[in-house]
Design a protein around this ligand. Structure first.
Ligand code: SF4
Ligand code: SF4
Length: 466
C-alpha cells in the first residue's frame, strides 16, 4: 500500500470512528476537512482526489493533539511521498533550513534585520520566498549563542570528570534568535553545579521532517547523532530547552527502534516465548512509560523497524533517545532528589504558563509549572493541554499557512486574553513567536524566569517584576 492509499485508509477509519469530529473540530484544521471529504465521498460517491489530499496534508502542523498516532503518521508519510513525487518547490526550500537562515542572517545581523523588518523588502521576500509579509520575524541578535559560547571559552568538551554534566542541545531558535534563553539555560544549570557542554550541532531536523524533505532531515540527523552518541559515551546527559527538539530526539527518532532485530536480539526470551519491550507505539511512538510483554512470533510477523529512520542503527537511536531530557524534566528530577538549588529570589508578576504541544507528547507533565511555583511572589495560572498555538514552527511563517495558523490559535489566544497576564511563560520559542504576533503580553521561557529569580536572590530580597 503506498502512502496515499494508507492515508485514504486512515481517513475512512477516522470517518467510522467520528470521535474527532467534535473533539478537534475547533483545534485542528485537518479533522474538519477529513470529515468533509469523508462525508462527500460517502454521500455523493465522489472519490477524494489526489489534489484534495495534497491540500489536506498541508493543514497538519503536527501538534499531536489527535488521539491516534496513525492519522498523523499517515498525513506525514503522504506529505513526504508528495514532496518526492512533485518536488518541494523553491519557497519551502528557502525557509525550511532554519539552521542555514540563522547562520547566514546572524553573520550580518544589522543588514539582515533591515531586510526582514522593512515593509518594502518584506513584500519582495514574500514573493520570492513565500514568507508572509505580516508575520513578525524575530530580530537577529548582535551576538548569537554559538558566538557567545566561543567568546566565553567555557565550553568544556568530553572527557572531564565532573559528576553531573549535560550536553546542551539548544535548537536553532534559541541559538540564532533568542540567545538569552540559551544563556539562561547555562546559568540555571551551572547554578545547580552542573557542567554544561555545548557539542557541535545542527537543526534537530523537525522543520524539514514536517515539510516532507527526507534528504535534509537525514542530513541533520546523521550530523547530530554521532556527536550526541559521543557525549553520552563520555557520561553526559543530553538536555534540550526546546520541547520540539526534545520530542524529535526522544520520540520521533526512535520510533520502531525497539522492534529492530538489532535491539531484540540482545534481549532474553522468556520460557513462554515472550520479550520484554519498552512500551510505545510502533509508528511515531510516544516515550515509553513502562514495558510490554510481546510474543516473539507476533513481533517478528507484525512489528518492524521499518519507519522513517529505520536506515539508521536502532541502538544508536535508542541510546540518544533514552539519554535525552527536557530541561524542565531534568531540573524537576533534581528537585525531587533534593538537589535543586532553591535559592530563588522573589519575583512579582501574574504569569500564565502555557505547556506546548511537543512537551505534552513527551508525557512528562508540566515540569516548569512545578518549578515556577517555587518562586515566591509569582501568581501562576497553567493553561490545560487541549490548546495549540497554531504556529507549527516555520509553517506559521509561510504565506499560505499564516492565516490558518492564526485561525488555529483562536481559542488559545482568547483564553490568554481572558486571563490577561503580565507575562506568558512557555518553553517553546515557536509558541513565543506566535504570542508575540498575536498578544500584547511579554513572553518568556520558563528558564529565563528561573534565572531571573536566581539573580534576584543574589541581589535583592524584595519581589522584582519578572
Ligand atoms: S484520530 Fe483516532 S479518535 Fe480521532 S477520529 Fe481518528 S480514529 Fe477516531
Ligand atoms: S497532529 Fe495536530 S494538526 Fe495534525 S492531525 Fe493531529 S491534531 Fe490535527
Amino acid at each position: 500500500m503506498n502512502s496515499e492509499d494508507k492515508l485514504r485508509y486512515e481517513i475512512n477509519y477516522c470517518g467510522g470512528c467520528d470521535v474527532c469530529r467534535d473533539l478537534l473540530g475547533n483545534s485542528c484544521l485537518v479533522f474538519p476537512e477529513i470529515f468533509r471529504l469523508y462525508d462527500k465521498e460517502r454521500e455523493r460517491g465522489e472519490k477524494i482526489s489526489t489534489g484534495e489530499l495534497r491540500n489536506l496534508v498541508d493543514l497538519c502542523n503536527f501538534c499531536a493533539l489527535c488521539p491516534c498516532l496513525n492519522i498523523r503518521q499517515a498525513l506525514l508519510s503522504a506529505k513526504t511521498e508528495y514532496g518526492e513525487k512533485y518536488g518541494l518547490g523553491f519557497k519551502i526550500r528557502a525557509i525550511e533550513n532554519v539552521d542555514r537562515i540563522g547562520k547566514v542572517g546572524g553573520t550580518l545581523p544589522i543588514l539582515s534585520n533591515f531586510f526582514l523588518q522593512n515593509g518594502v523588502t518584506r513584500g519582495w521576500i514574500e514573493r520570492v520566498a513565500g514568507l508572509h509579509r505580516a508575520r513578525k520575524f524575530p530580530k537577529f541578535p548582535k551576538e548569537n549563542f554559538p558566538k557567545w559560547v566561543s567568546r566565553r571559552k567555557a565550553n568544556i568538551g568530553p572527557g572531564t570528570e565532573q559528576e553531573r554534566k549535560v550536553a546542551y542541545f539548544a535548537g536553532c531558535t534559541a541559538k540564532f534568535f533568542f540567545p538569552e534563553v540559551a544563556k539562561a539555560f547555562v546559568k540555571v544549570f551551572e547554578m545547580n553545579g552542573i557542567e554544561v557542554y555545548y557539542p557541535e550541532q545542527k537543526c534537530c531536523g523537525m522543520p524539514a521532517f514536517l515539510e516532507g524533505d527526507t534528504k535534509l532531515t537525514m542530513e541533520f540527523v546523521k550530523y547530530n547523532l554521532p556527536r550526541l552518541m559521543e557525549a553520552v559515551a563520555e557520561g553526559y546527559d543530553i538536555v534540550c530547552s526546546c520541547p520540539t527538539c526534545g520530542y524529535f530526539l526522544k520520540c520521533i527518532l526512535k520510533a520502531g527502534a525497539y522492534h529492530s532485530p538489532e535491539y531484540t536480539d540482545s534481549l532474553v526470551v522468556s520460557d513462554g516465548g515472550f520479550l520484554k519491550l519498552p512500551r510505545g507505539g510502533p509508528i511515531l511512538s510516544t516515550v515509553h512509560d513502562g514495558f510490554s510483554l510481546v510474543w516473539v512470533e507476533f513481533l517478528n510477523t507484525y512489528l518492524r523497524d521499518d519507519g522513517y529512520f529505520s536506515s539508521i542503527s536502532a541502538k544508536k537511536r535508542i541510546t540518544v533517545a533514552e539519554n535525552t531530557y527536557d530541561a524542565g524534566e531534568y531540573l524537576l528530577k533534581l528537585h525531587s532528589d533534593g538537589e535543586f538549588d532553591t535559592r530563588l529570589g522573589p519575583l512579582s508578576a501574574r504569569v500564565a504558563y502555557y505547556p506546548p504541544c511537543h512537551l505534552r507528547e513527551q508525557k512528562i507533565g508540566k515540569p516548569y509549572y512545578h518549578l515556577l511555583r517555587l518562586i515566591h511572589g509569582l501568581s501562576l495560572e497553567a493553561i490545560d493541554e487541549i490548546y495549540c498555538c497554531g504556529s507549527g514552527g516555520i509553517m506559521g511563517f509561510k504565506k499560505c499557512f499564516h492565516p490558518l495558523s492564526i485561525k488555529i490559535s483562536g481559542r488559545l489566544i482568547a483564553k490568554l486574553k481572558r486571563i490577561d497576564p503580565e507575562v506568558i511563560a512557555t518553553d517553546c520559542l515557536s509558541c513565543r513567536l506566535q504570542f508575540n504576533q498575536l498578544t500584547p503580553y511579554k513572553v518568556l521561557h520558563s528558564l529565563e524566569i528561573i534565572k531571573e529569580s536566581y539573580d534576584n536572590y543574589q541581589s535583592h530580597s524584595e519581589p522584582r517584576k519578572a
